[in-house]
Design a protein around this ligand. Structure first.
Ligand code: PHE
Length: 341
């Protein structure tokens, strides 16, 4: 009788209370289950009445449970409908990728030269001998034309038939000069390949941005001013610049440009091999032979060209000490460039 009263009186307003009710009157450890268990010990003549009584209790508890369960479910459903999605909550944090450091730096280079009116030109990574070497005034026996330096796709006795992975993006300059009349003012970003053993300082592929400006009266002064501007925009006003005379088959005169080492600030470190200076690009006035090879009037026009490695610039800007990091896809490395644009 007491139990019947308890069941009837039980307050069930929440899922917790529902569960407590289930434990107390329905589960296999409930009082009712215990009483069923106890029936074994009572005299046989009382058992029938006791059983009937317990079954009534059991049904009473189960009905109340079902009824309350339905009611609570209904309550929580209408509660959900009453509180629609809160659009002001912060979004679920998606993992965003980050721009690859070489892409970041390439885009900055494109942007800086873009401000000086340089367009972006593109060309194939598989080149023929003409565009990679011959048009650029490379001697027939130049070492770059050997298998040790260049990845050949087809190597024959006749260089004109050779196919190779481009060793620089200068081939794009040739293509541009062949199809466009001066003035020409463009940069050529792209991947290039060289037969080098892979180490912290060298790789069998890397990325370049080369540039070309051809017009009437283009002088070495224009070359210097253009590159000075680039360096200051890229590395800041404090960086020092120097030119060293150099040699390239396709430019005359030629110069390599160094900047003061950003990492040791001139005091000497691994990056600058303790000299305080780091070479960042090659440049020069386009050799008249190259202009003629590409169908441009070398009497009328002059031009300058330059080429730099994006990896080198990136290493200096972000103090990266191992070239291999750029192509190993190690998320711990790449993640550090998140948020930079
Ligand atoms: N093509 C040269 C290289 O790959 C770079 C360069 C370009 C030098 C233009 C001078 C002028 O090293």
């Amino acid at each position: 009788k007491d139990i019947r009263q308890q069941i009837e009186d039980a307050q069930i307003d929440s899922a917790d209370q529902l569960e407590q009710f289930r434990m107390a009157y329905i589960s296999r450890k409930s009082v009712i289950a215990e009483l069923f268990e106890g029936m074994k010990t009572i005299p046989a003549e009382d058992r029938r009445a006791m059983g009937a009584e317990l079954n009534t209790l059991k049904n009473l508890a189960e009905n109340k449970f079902k009824e309350k369960q339905a009611w609570i479910e209904e309550q929580s459903l209408s509660a959900q409908q009453a509180a629609p999605v809160d659009l002001t909550l912060p979004v679920y944090p998606n993992e965003l990728g980050s721009v690859h450091p070489l892409t970041l730096v390439r885009n900055r280079i494109i942007e800086i030269f873009g401000r000086m009116g340089f367009a972006v030109a593109d060309g194939p990574e598989i080149e023929d001998d003409w565009h990679n070497f011959a048009a650029l005034n490379f001697a027939e026996n130049h070492p770059a034309r050997e298998m040790q330096d260049t990845f050949f796709i087809r190597k024959t006795d006749n260089p004109a038939d050779d196919l190779l992975l481009r060793t620089h993006t200068s081939g794009v300059q040739v293509r541009l000069m062949e199809k466009q009349k001066p003035p020409i003012r463009a940069i050529m970003p792209g991947r290039v390949y060289r037969n080098e053993a892979i180490s912290a300082r060298a790789h069998c592929f890397f990325h370049q941005v080369e540039g070309l400006y051809i017009d009437t009266n283009v002088s070495f002064r224009d070359l210097k001013n253009t590159l000075y501007y680039f360096v200051k925009e890229m590395f800041g006003n404090d960086v020092k610049v120097r030119f060293r005379a150099s040699y390239f088959p396709f430019t005359e005169p030629s110069a390599e440009m160094d900047i003061s080492c950003l990492i040791c600030k001139g005091d000497g470190c691994q990056m600058c091999k303790h000299t305080g200076w780091v070479e960042i690009l090659g440049s020069g006035m386009v050799d008249p032979n190259v202009l003629t090879n590409c169908g441009i009037d070398a009497e009328k026009y002059t031009g300058f060209a330059f080429g730099m490695g994006i990896e080198r610039i990136t290493n200096l800007l972000y103090q990266v000490r191992d070239l291999r990091l750029f192509s190993e896809n190690d998320i711990r490395f790449l993640r550090q460039f998140g948020g930079i644009s």
